[in-house]
Design a protein around this ligand. Structure first.
Ligand code: 5IU
Length: 262
């Protein structure tokens, strides 16, 4: 099954170009760690990208929390992504009709489609959303969409039925969908070409006081089918982000190596 396959063999069968590239980066850097760079100054994000870039496969942004956004910032971030060989994911969680998400994706202050490699979206509005995003992507070389099927937060409303229907929806969009954001494997038909990204990861299983729930790297990769785990505060609020990022990377990668043995 998908869980026993290597990332490099999955790169061969990926149907979305960004997913293919991401599998290759993971294998080359031996990293399945995604950093959630949830800080509010562009320099802070760039500093994280410079110091942690070597250890991550994806740097995830929430561009709407950046107080001093500029075109310069995205250009610098793109340069660092190239230098350290990681991809940039904007966690935009699109959730509107196709026409609106196409505008949100390509226009406004952020012009997300001009700099992101990967972007997240909800399936809630139906597949018109994917059609809208696809119209924007068709002029770009390599962008991959990650669709949310379930969340890490307490009390979220994404039922198993919702998740199953999301999986059915994305089956028709394999050229633009790179994977899913999920807490457990939602693949009904194996689908090793798709990547499972799983947020809510810390070295100890706790939570925050706003409903976030955490699991360990080992549990998420070996028991829950995560290909990539997302870590934010576990790294950026630690005393030594570089050392802690190395620990996450090692524990996540070792878990993957153990997983493919069985
Ligand atoms: N994120 C989640 N849970 C989800 C989804 C996204 O935590 O289900 I979808 C995002 C939110 C934040 C990051 O940017 O992942 C996790 O950050 P912490 O590791 O600091 O909790």
């Amino acid at each position: 099954t998908r869980l026993q396959m290597t990332f490099s063999s999955r790169a061969e069968i990926a149907k979305n170009e960004a997913a293919k590239e991401l599998f290759k980066i993971m294998e080359a850097k031996k990293s399945n760690l995604c950093l959630a760079a949830d800080v509010t100054k562009s320099d802070e994000i760039l500093n994280l990208a410079e110091s942690l870039g070597p250890f991550i496969c994806v740097l995830k942004t929430h561009v709407d929390i950046v107080e001093d956004f500029s075109e310069n910032f995205v250009n610098s971030l793109k340069a660092l992504a190239k230098k350290h060989n990681f991809m940039i994911m904007e966690d935009r969680k699109f959730a509107d009709i196709g026409n609106t998400v196409a505008l949100q994706f390509s226009k406004g202050i952020y012009k997300i489609s001009e700099w992101c490699d990967l972007v997240t979206a909800h399936s809630l509005p139906g597949d018109g959303l994917l059609k809208g995003l696809k119209e924007v992507i068709k002029n770009k070389e390599k962008i991959g969409i990650f669709m949310l099927t379930e969340m890490s937060s307490d009390g979220h409303l994404m039922s198993q039925d919702y998740s199953n229907k999301t999986m059915q929806m994305i089956a028709n969009y394999s050229d633009i969908v790179a994977g899913i954001v999920a807490q457990s494997s939602q693949f009904t038909e194996n689908q090793p070409e798709l990547i499972q990204l799983t947020p809510g990861c810390k070295l100890d299983e706790t939570g925050d006081n706003l409903g976030q729930k955490y699991n360990t790297p080992e549990f998420l990769v070996k028991e829950k089918g995560a290909d990539i785990a997302v870590v934010g505060r576990g790294i950026i609020e630690s005393k030594n982000p570089v050392e802690v990022a190395k620990t996450y990377r090692e524990r996540l990668w070792n878990s993957y190596e153990e997983r493919i043995k069985y």
